[in-house]
Design a protein around this ligand. Structure first.
Ligand code: HEM
Length: 116
């Protein structure tokens, strides 16, 4: 696969994650406790696609492992933990929405500006 294909698939992974998060945040902690499997799966599969294709792009485009990439991985870990944190009541739903948007925007900015 070309580097550009990896980058495109990375963005498709981002879309899957945020689609899944929408469903998870709308339902987590509700009547049945757990969110519908579809949304949890979208979130999980998206996280995997995003990570594999992000790292794939780094290799194919011969990028250096600079700190902005590690910061993106930190954003990825936090976004991955959100459904669990909301279900456990550690993070209220509204806070989670703001947090998810902030982390997503930060990760996109890191990719564009590569500040460090
Ligand atoms: C919170 C999670 C993340 C979000 C929301 C996110 C989002 C984005 C977006 C919007 C782009 C720009 C795509 C484009 O210009 O075509 C991008 C590029 C990229 N992302 Fe991520 N990303 C995330 C996590 C990661 C992770 C975990 C890695 C793995 C190492 C990664 C590696 C990259 C790379 C290498 C690029 C290309 C940068 C370039 O064009 O030079 N991202 N990401």
């Amino acid at each position: 696969m070309t580097p550009e294909t990896y980058r495109l698939l990375h963005v498709v992974g981002v879309l899957l994650v945020f689609l899944g998060l929408g469903g998870v945040l709308a339902t987590a902690g509700g009547e049945g406790g757990r969110s519908p499997k579809l949304f949890l799966m979208l979130h999980g599969i998206g996280l995997l696609v995003m990570l594999v294709c992000g790292i794939g792009y780094v290799h194919k485009a011969r990028l250096e492992w600079q700190n902005w990439l590690f910061a993106k991985i930190a954003c990825w870990v936090l976004i991955g933990a959100i459904p669990f944190l909301v279900r456990r009541g550690v993070v209220p739903r509204v806070v989670a929405v703001v947090l998810v948007l902030g982390l997503g925007a930060t990760a996109a900015w890191l990719a564009r500006d590569k500040p460090f």
